[in-house]
Design a protein. Structure first.
Length: 320
């Protein structure tokens, strides 16, 4: 992706699912549950919208309480919901995020036959993919159903034909039994790839940084490799840039990778170079880790800007 100046409000379409999060933790008294808003495609849209992009979410919701909560939240944070279909025939998916005393998490997903899993190529009919600045999708989008995967394939085909950059977050989830070759094709077809070391181990059989970068960034592809609390890096035709996250007190890491992807894409499309975009992505992810509720806890543009300036200063001083 070139870093030339884009329109004041670049348009990013992200395709996939949104999920209601039900949070359970030792800090909550009996009978209390914490509500959050998740789903990787929706999370990316929320973070991009918070940073000023026009974030178009392409998904389906059930005509139920969970769907109404999600839709209301997305609209409140500025996500463009015009491409969302509401169906009376399927439920909205959700997941339970059980935060354990040692800081770990246990997840249980309830997405079988959900509205989002029934994404269909027809859901793209009124989406102006040829007029957007970037298309984003993920490995979860490809794995939740064959119809969702077919929708993703068509979206990529239309984007490619129009010269629209394609971004892909691997988001390998073994429980969904993803098709290895399908994921590999998606990586090869993308202009920008987001991969965590866990994704890399599942897909390429290694956690070695140099081997992963060689696998995901051939021929000048823009690739972002994240390693939890270790420095993240971005590889472009101009070389490799590494950004260390600030030291923080972690509360909840759920959705941090999606926050990084959304902030990175929004920043790149606004004209930032890879280093600045990755710094803002790492900043957004770090801030989100200090809050609960998945995308409900994503930072505002002002919060990212203020923290980014501090992070950039630390990087320059060599103390991050």
């Amino acid at each position: 992706m070139t870093a030339g100046r884009r329109p004041a409000q670049a348009a990013i379409a992200t395709l996939g699912e949104g999920l209601l999060e039900v949070g359970v933790s030792p800090q909550l008294t009996d009978g209390q549950l914490d509500r959050g808003y998740g789903g990787d495609a929706a999370n990316v849209a929320v973070m991009a919208a918070r940073l000023g992009a026009r974030a178009i979410l392409i998904t389906r919701l059930g005509e139920d309480a969970a769907g109404r909560l999600l839709l209301s939240f997305w609209e409140s944070v500025g996500v463009d919901t015009s491409a969302i279909e509401v169906s009376a025939g399927e439920p909205t998916g959700l997941y339970v995020n059980e935060r354990l005393p040692d800081g770990a998490h246990r997840f249980s997903y309830h997405r079988a036959s959900s509205a989002a899993s029934e994404l269909d190529p027809a859901n793209l009919h009124d989406v102006p993919i040829e007029q957007i600045d970037a298309l984003h999708l993920s490995g979860i989008t490809l794995a939740i159903s064959q119809s969702a995967a077919a929708t993703a394939d068509l979206a990529v085909e239309r984007a490619r034909a129009a010269g629209v950059p394609v971004a892909f977050s691997v988001n390998y989830r073994a429980a969904l039994e993803p098709e290895h070759e399908r994921l590999m094709r998606a990586v090869r077809a993308a202009d920008i790839v987001f991969v965590s070391v866990d994704d890399g181990e599942s897909l390429f059989g290694t956690r070695d940084r140099e081997q992963l970068l060689k696998a995901i960034a051939p021929r000048g592809r823009e690739a972002i490799l994240t390693r939890g609390g270790e420095p993240a890096c971005v590889v472009t035709s101009a070389g490799t840039v590494e950004v260390a996250p600030p030291r923080i007190e972690v509360d909840d890491t759920v959705g941090a990778g999606d926050a990084l992807a959304g902030a990175y894409l929004a920043s790149r499309l606004a004209g930032a170079g890879p280093r600045e975009a990755l710094q803002k992505g790492v900043t957004a992810a770090s801030l989100s880790c200090q809050r609960t509720g998945c995308s409900r806890g994503y930072p505002s543009a002002a919060e990212v800007e203020a923290a980014w300036r501090g992070l950039a200063g630390w990087q320059e001083a060599g103390v991050a």
